[in-house]
Design a protein. Structure first.
Length: 234
């Protein structure tokens, strides 16, 4: 299918939001992803195709993806960010099983590293739009305060969902008036945030090395393998 770009906007230090028209026949669940192809004349060895979790919710009228553009970015990212409104890209999907638990009483812990916040943005927007109140703790790790995305949504969730808890942590350039956590997410930070880990389901999303490193940590803390869900960004 083809997706037509509506607009793009910088929403944090290196993060960009791209909004596309939603094809009428596209149905997806919050947390799923698309395979996206952007044609470019001279792609680098990583090619023309990437996979992006949709940061939009199925309750919204358009499709949104959110991406980071770092200094040493690929030709794909450069081509993607050069798209102008009206440009079209190829997409396949939706795909993926990084989904909310069907049991609405399940206590959930989301752990997001940087741009790994995107599936949680989709899921939280879906829950709020449908008036669902779940027990969710979001542990959100960023390098600096300027890298934090979707602050308005987390504020809305704090106001409308009594059992939502946000734990922000920064690993660099921590402001003097910072009231969140400091440093990388570790076992002690998780325990401070959620208490008993054995009664909860964990969803970890972010760069692949980070996500892979968390599974043995969580298992060592007493979390069952079946209660650990992973979504990584190569």
């Amino acid at each position: 299918m083809k997706l037509k770009l509506i607009h793009k906007e910088k929403i944090a230090n290196d993060s960009w939001e791209l909004m596309f028209e939603k094809p009428g026949d596209l149905a997806y669940e919050p947390g799923q992803y698309l395979e996206i192809t952007v044609n470019q004349p001279k792609p680098d060895d990583r090619g023309n195709t990437r996979w992006f979790t949709m940061s939009s919710s199925p309750t919204e009228g358009d499709i949104m993806i959110t991406t980071r553009l770092v200094d040493k970015h690929s030709t794909f990212k450069e081509a993607l960010l050069k798209l102008s409104p009206g440009s079209e890209i190829e997409a396949k999907g939706p795909m993926g099983k990084f989904l909310l638990p069907q049991d609405t009483k399940t206590s959930i812990v989301w752990i997001a590293g940087g741009i790994g916040i995107t599936p949680f943005r989709s899921q939280m927007k879906f829950l709020l739009d449908n008036g669902q109140k779940r027990n969710i703790t979001l542990i959100y790790s960023n390098r600096t305060a300027g890298d934090i995305c979707f602050t308005d949504l987390w504020q809305q969730a704090s106001e409308q969902m009594p059992n939502f808890k946000l734990v922000n942590t920064l690993v660099d350039q921590v402001p003097n008036d910072w009231k969140g956590e400091k440093g990388m997410v570790d076992e002690s930070m998780i325990k401070r945030a959620v208490g008993d880990v054995q009664s909860k389901e964990f969803y970890v999303s972010g760069p692949e090395p980070m996500v892979e490193a968390f599974k043995p940590k969580l298992i060592a803390m007493g979390v069952e393998d079946k209660n650990i869900h992973q979504d990584w960004f190569p």
